[in-house]
Write a protein that binds this ligand. Structure first.
Ligand code: ADP
Length: 244
């Protein structure tokens, strides 16, 4: 947020955004289930110019043992950005931002995963951001849900995620990097469509109460579109002829 390029037109007089989309139009989304033969489950997502690979391992023994829980399994999530994933090389050391996003994604996935079925074990989710263009936490959360399902981890639902936001005093769906930097608000939402429950909601920026409600509605509707693509990815792998 904060107007990195004050001259950029985020919304023109015809209601078209800086990348040619309409206000309620998501970027192109492609999700593939599977792909990593050494992982128990995996997924790859392209969400606009974001490119993200997720590998899931487990349920497996926890080391060190004292980190395990006798009553339930634990979920561990590592969100990692490749140094080449952004325009200016990112320092390979884990940043505060990566640590925070790992936690946010873990907490957004926990309500979906039936960890109580696997006491003393851990399920590890490794997220590799190969290319970032705004909205990586939503794209990563979406792909992580597919990778968990691909690993056969019992789940109550999948979490689908997308951001709503505000540019030029207008609520938009799926905030890209320019809109995130120069826009007025960014609201990532993670949602379990079958259970109708929100598991992630963050807000960077300022909204009126009406705009807030509209962002939640637009975001939840967007999550339902993403959910269809998650299911399609799993269908293509397990019932289609695309393999993976
Ligand atoms: P999200 O990717 O979930 O939107 P942020 O709002 O923190 O998370 O980041 C927005 C975007 O800023 C990222 O998607 C990425 O394109 C860019 N970005 C993040 N970290 C860096 C970095 N270290 N260097 C350059 N760009 C970055």
């Amino acid at each position: 947020m904060g107007g990195r390029d004050a001259t950029m037109v985020l919304l023109d007089e015809n209601g078209i955004r800086c990348d040619g989309r309409k206000v309620d139009e998501p970027r192109r989304i492609m999700i593939k289930a599977g792909g990593l033969k050494n992982a128990d489950g995996s997924a790859y997502i392209e969400f606009g110019d974001n490119k993200i690979l997720v590998g899931v391992f487990g349920p497996r023994d926890v080391h060190p043992k004292h980190m395990s829980n006798t009553d339930t399994g634990i979920l561990r999530v590592r969100y990692h950005m490749e140094p080449f994933s952004v325009g200016e090389r990112k320092n390979p050391a884990p940043s505060r931002r990566e640590i925070e996003i790992s936690k946010v994604i873990k907490e957004a996935l926990e309500p979906a995963v039936m960890l109580e079925k696997f006491p003393r074990t851990a399920v590890d989710v490794f997220i590799e951001i190969l290319q970032a263009d705004g909205g990586t936490r939503c794209a990563a959360l979406t792909a992580a849900s597919v990778a968990l399902a691909d690993a056969g981890i019992p789940m109550r639902d999948m979490v689908a995620a997308i951001a709503a936001g505000k540019v030029a005093d207008t609520v938009i769906l799926d905030v890209n990097n320019e809109e995130d930097q120069a826009g007025q608000a960014d609201m990532p939402i993670g949602y379990m469509p079958s259970l109708e429950k929100i598991t992630l909601l963050q807000l960077d920026g300022v909204l009126t109460p009406e705009e807030y409600k509209k962002c939640v509605q637009v975001g939840v509707d967007g999550c339902k579109l993403v959910y269809d693509l998650q299911k399609k990815a799993l269908n293509d792998k397990y019932f289609g002829n695309k393999g993976g």
